[in-house]
Design a protein around this ligand. Structure first.
Ligand SMILES: Nc1ncnc2c1ncn2[C@@H]1O[C@H](COP(=O)(O)OP(=O)(O)OP(=O)(O)O)[C@@H](O)[C@H]1O
Length: 531
């Protein structure tokens, strides 16, 4: 698809649904529940919900089912906090004329039933309210509710849904239809829907996109589609300056690797992730520029998640032929490599930001104390922020870079560098990763420890406690260069964001705060280090 062809009128397989119509809904007086609204806590129901307001499942049933055995209910069922409100619409009574929206005190509120377990499907309910304290509130009560519900996030955003129909073993479309779309529709989101037709399609779409039309690109996929979108932005004539400033990129979990959703929305459940996305704040995240080749063959790609070399890369990409086994193929690959004592010698040069575990913890604490994003006034990305500053791979590294000693580099078995805490649901590989601290987290292990010790390190990854192990080298770096030194290049892999890259030297540097993402309170989800 050429850049000129990606216009509103000529999109192939794209449907636009505008759900912004806000005609008053008509109800009978008996349908209404009296309520008061307070800015601090939300909507206070002054009477019980009628049994027929919840045809399939009443609020009280849900509370009862979720909390059997608990002494106290998890929340006050007579209050709908703004943070759970998804939509508010003016309504009118059959007995009276439709009220002017500006004066309307009859409102239908759509809300998520409060949840604790982020892995259980979201439940959505509706209630029709007659607001009693209307004189204490601004004139348009529906608008007031919406602005309180989406404080610091965008109500009714315009989103481009990019769905990989093959993602997650072909489940992506059905996950979208059953779990994501109902939440987007409940929130009256303006949706443009695109199914990717081939590998690389999302890169083309992002490259040619009219960014003025969208607030968010929602990748309903694994981590492959956000990788493509970010690189599509980077291949625009302005290197993506306009796109990185205007459009947030996020993921709803529809693939086999859903690191972005797990790290930002805190869940692998698509309906809950959609709700979290709607409520999240815009915030900045570092990207990593990965350069391979020299002279005319030099290419730079952006990475948002990770780079790996050694056991993890070979176990991920090198076991594609075992895909039919499901996710277990990865564990089998790791076990086989670790117990065979595989080593991946290399030359490794690093520009450290912090090379001390205690200082990393202090750095994380300082960052969390001083950084929270309310979604407003994000720093502007310029072309300067996207410029790659490191030397050509044919030139020596700068003097302030450190050469990793031979006893480690020549016996390396894992190099894993990342930017977000969760790489999969059961692996917080980078628990000290922060959205925009200008650093990548580097984890190195070597094969001089016994295979059982290496296996025990990897088992601690689930809880993120592997970084406490003295055999794990954990640092924060701003740049590095890796030159593989293994004999048989044909059987080994370099994985960037889970994608297979040429098995040859590469150099990486942080591009601070380039990507606009959606984060809860401006930070990644809690980890073993940040909690
Ligand atoms: N229609 C298509 N046909 C073939 N490949 C596609 C198509 N659409 C997207 N792809 C490619 O599928 C790859 C994997 O995508 P994604 O990460 O979304 O899914 P996944 O289920 O997590 O996959 P994986 O198991 O490979 O990580 C990407 O490289 C993407 O370019």
């Amino acid at each position: 698809m050429s850049s000129a062809s990606f216009t509103k009128s000529s999109l192939v397989n794209i449907q636009t649904k505008s759900a912004l119509a806000s005609q008053s809904l008509i109800y009978h007086k008996k349908d209404l529940i009296r309520a008061n609204i307070t800015l601090e806590s939300g909507i206070h129901l002054l009477e019980q919900l009628p049994a027929d307001s919840q045809p399939s499942e009443s609020v009280l049933d849900v509370i009862y089912n979720c909390c059997k055995g608990q002494d106290t209910p998890p929340y006050d069922e007579s209050i709908i906090p703004f943070k759970y409100v998804i939509n508010a619409e003016p309504i009118a009574l059959t007995e009276t004329d439709s009220e002017d929206d500006e004066q309307c005190h009859l409102v239908e509120v759509t809300y998520a039933l409060p949840f604790k377990d982020k892995e259980r499907d979201l439940k959505i309910s509706k209630v029709k309210l007659e607001i009693e304290n209307k004189n204490d509130l601004p004139p348009s009560i529906p608008k007031f509710i919406l602005s309180s519900a989406y404080n610091n996030s965008i109500a009714r955003p315009s989103v481009l849904v990019l769905i990989n129909p093959h993602g997650g073993k072909g489940q992506a479309k059905s996950i979208y239809k059953k779990e994501i779309l109902p939440v987007l529709q409940a929130a009256k989101v303006k949706i443009t829907y695109v199914e990717t037709q081939f590998h690389g399609h999302a890169t083309q779409v992002a490259r040619d996109l009219d960014v003025d039309l969208y607030d968010i690109i929602v990748c309903c996929s694994g981590d492959g589609i956000p990788h493509e979108v970010i690189n599509g932005f980077y291949s625009r004539p302005d290197k993506g300056v306009l796109a990185f400033n205007k459009v947030a990129v996020t993921q709803l979990p529809c693939g086999s690797g859903n690191a972005l959703s797990l790290s930002t929305h805190g869940t692998g459940n698509a309906s809950v992730a959609t709700f979290q996305m709607l409520k999240a704040h815009r915030a900045k995240m570092d990207l990593m520029a990965v350069t391979q080749g020299t002279g005319p063959t030099k290419t730079t790609k952006l990475s948002f998640l990770s780079q790996c070399y050694g056991v993890i890369a070979d176990s991920d990409i090198g076991t594609e032929h075992l895909r039919w086994l499901g996710p277990i193929r990865f564990e089998i690959g790791v076990a086989q490599k670790v117990f065979s004592g595989a080593t991946y010698p290399c030359d490794l040069f690093v520009k450290y930001k912090i090379d001390n575990k205690a200082e990393i913890i202090n750095h994380v604490n300082d960052y969390l104390t001083n950084h929270s994003s309310d979604g407003n006034d994000l720093p502007e990305v310029t072309e300067e922020n996207l410029r790659v500053l490191g030397p050509d791979l044919s030139h020596p590294v700068p003097q302030d870079w450190t050469r990793i000693p031979d006893h480690l580099a020549h016996n390396l078995n894992i190099l894993y560098v990342g930017n977000m805490p969760y790489v999969s649901a059961d692996a917080q590989f980078f628990p000290a990763a922060l959205p925009s601290d200008g650093a990548m987290d580097m984890i190195l292990t070597d094969s001089t420890s016994s295979a059982f010790k290496t296996a025990s390190i990897l088992m601690a990854v689930e809880k993120g406690t592997h970084i406490d192990d003295e055999r794990v080298h954990h640092s924060k770096v701003s740049s590095y260069r890796l030159i593989p030194n293994v004999r048989d290049h044909g059987r080994h892999y370099i994985s960037i964001d889970g994608e297979n890259f040429p098995f040859e030297a590469f150099q990486v540097e942080v591009l601070p705060g380039v990507l606009t993402v959606l984060l809860q309170d401006g930070n990644f989800v809690e980890t073993s280090v940040t909690k």
